[in-house]
Design a protein. Structure first.
Ligand SMILES: C[C@H](O)[C@@H](O)[C@@H](O)C(=O)CO
Length: 544
């Protein structure tokens, strides 16, 4: 007998035959969970009907909290508690109609032994597909086997077939034949440029500034130092509190000068007076102070790229970081001087900004910035959420839609860019976007991700198409009208192939002036990443 207090072993529940368990991971923000709850209920009803029709029962792993007004797992702690009550060997479906924080369910999914399926509704209304892509990417980084499926309402043959396969075999494989490994590259001017830039980065090194790591549960977006240091990339860990402190040192006059510059450049600000639902002059002033402060701190630390998390803390202190982020990513931007007024900071160049401190985007933006600059191209780059998409004419046209800002050059300039108040359900203190419709043109798209403990990159080509104004508006209205939109057609990659393969909710894009130059830039990028030791995959039709 021992006198020590031993923990009482939990009595794990056993799986009932023919029963599928479901969970729903949610946002941390109550307002988002409450607003999106009816849509989630509809998706859960659709998925339950489909599973029942295949002869299986569905048991929801957690209840609805009437006090909160939703039934989402809304924290990591809540997720850990929910998973204690789910039989570890039962088939489990994570049902997502919303943007969700992957870490809410990661702990439970890591130790779950039964088959795991992540499903989302093919709808742009809320970022459920974006949530699915983050969770599958996070599980890929964590090495947790899983399958994924998406459908408008789970009544179509394709989705029902997929569901049946998963229920019968515990696994669902999709066609990813569009992906191939990079072949060895001939020594030509592009390959040689890629290799020299890789050599320079690895030896001279670069610093990415991270204002508070780990945004919105995006486990996939945290890149360990051990993985990025060999590329020559080092992190400077910064606190968002320091950003707020620096903002307080920026004068109103300096912030107003930023506004005057943007007004002169032709940008439109949709302002009002109601802080709760409209963009106000006070919100904008704060955002311009953040822009100046971010550049000053970046200069202090000698940063080569910077990322501001904004969520988990800063969203309750100051208006959105997006406007500052979009400005930083553009070559032409309001000048900012050092505190003593003696130097312009990062003159004539963007300071690559990686939204939501997505460190995969940080690595990519840095590499893109160097290649595009060396080739004499506009180095403005951004991430987008892979939000949704539909066919238009002969093409499947994606809605790439970042949650707040793009560099103005992607919209064709400041005079084609506008700022709207960020949606209150995600952004209680408001702040303006840097929005617009991305100009038609040729792009290189990419994603750096972690799989099997190594860095990988998917590279592909695409064309941004122009759609009639009413179709653009329909797509904006079907998603988040305040946010910047890109109508992207990916070359040789269909809808389901992208969804099945892409290991992130984010995709990086950069423009080239024509197809031949975009092909060349992609070749430089492939060569540079390969030389840095990143495993390069080509997706779809790529002219190497
Ligand atoms: C505001 C929302 O939470 C967005 O931030 C979310 O949909 C994303 O952008 C995820 O990348």
């Amino acid at each position: 007998m021992t006198s020590y207090t031993l923990p009482v072993p939990a009595n794990p529940p056993t799986a009932a035959p023919g029963t599928v368990h479901t969970v729903a991971s949610g946002d941390l923000r109550l307002s988002a969970n409450v607003t999106c709850w009816p849509t989630q209920q509809q998706l859960e009803a659709d998925v339950t009907a489909a599973v029942n029709a295949l002869g299986w029962k569905v048991e929801r792993g957690h209840g609805v909290d009437p006090g909160k007004g939703h039934g989402f797992i809304d924290s990591q702690r809540a997720g850990i508690e929910v998973f204690k009550r789910i039989p570890a060997d039962a088939p489990l479906i994570v049902v997502e109609a919303v943007w969700q924080y992957s870490h809410h369910v990661l702990a439970g999914l890591r130790s779950h032994r039964g088959p795991i399926l992540i499903v989302a509704n093919w709808s742009g209304e809320f970022p459920g597909l974006v949530g699915l892509l983050n969770l599958t990417a996070s599980l890929t980084k964590a090495g947790v086997p899983h399958s994924a499926l998406w459908s408008r309402d789970f009544t179509d043959e394709w989705a029902i077939g997929g569901l049946r396969t998963w229920l019968e075999t515990g696994e669902l494989r999709h066609d990813t034949s569009h992906v191939r490994d990079l072949p060895s590259l001939p020594d030509d001017p592009e390959v040689s440029l890629g290799r020299s830039l890789a050599g320079q980065l690895a030896t001279e090194k670069a610093i990415i500034g991270v204002f508070d790591e780990g945004c919105m549960g995006m486990y996939n977006a945290i890149f360990d130092d051990e993985l990025i240091n060999p590329l020559g990339i080092y992190k400077e860990r910064l606190s968002q509190s320091a950003l707020v402190a620096e903002m307080a040192r920026v004068s109103d006059e300096e912030a107003r000068a930023v506004r005057r510059w943007l007004d002169d450049a032709g940008m439109t600000f949709h302002v009002g007076t109601d802080e709760a639902i409209e963009l106000t002059e006070a919100q904008l002033l704060s955002q311009f102070k953040m822009y100046v402060a971010a550049l000053r701190i970046s200069d202090d630390y000698g940063l080569d790229a910077v990322g501001i998390q904004y969520q988990q803390g800063l969203k309750d202190v100051v208006p959105a970081s997006d406007l500052a982020e979009g400005l930083l990513n553009n070559v032409q931007r309001p000048p900012v001087l050092s505190r003593d007024g003696s130097r312009e900071l990062y003159p004539g160049a963007p300071l690559p900004h990686f939204n939501e401190v997505d460190e995969g985007v940080a690595v990519d933006s840095l590499v893109t910035n160097r290649i595009w600059t060396a080739m004499g191209l506009d180095p403005a780059t951004t991430l987008h959420d892979i939000r949704w998409g539909e066919r238009y004419g002969d093409d499947f046209v994606w809605v790439f839609e970042i949650s707040g800002s793009v560099p103005a050059s992607h919209n064709g300039g400041y005079d084609r860019s506008y700022s709207m108040r960020q949606p209150p359900m995600f952004f209680p203190l408001g702040g303006g976007t840097l929005s617009g419709v991305s100009k038609p043109g040729e792009i290189v798209w990419s994603r750096v991700f972690i799989m099997d403990g190594e860095l990988h990159v998917d590279l592909g080509r695409g064309t941004v198409v122009e759609l009639p104004a009413e179709e653009t508006q329909r797509r904006l209205d079907a998603t988040t009208p305040q946010w910047p939109i890109m109508h992207a057609v990916l070359h040789g990659v269909d809808r389901d192939q992208l969804m099945a393969r892409h290991k992130a909710n984010h995709v990086n894009v950069a423009y080239a002036p024509d197809a031949a130059t975009a092909d060349k830039a992609l070749r430089v990028k492939a060569a540079m990443f390969a030389d840095l030791g990143v495993r390069v995959h080509l997706c779809g039709e790529v002219n190497l």
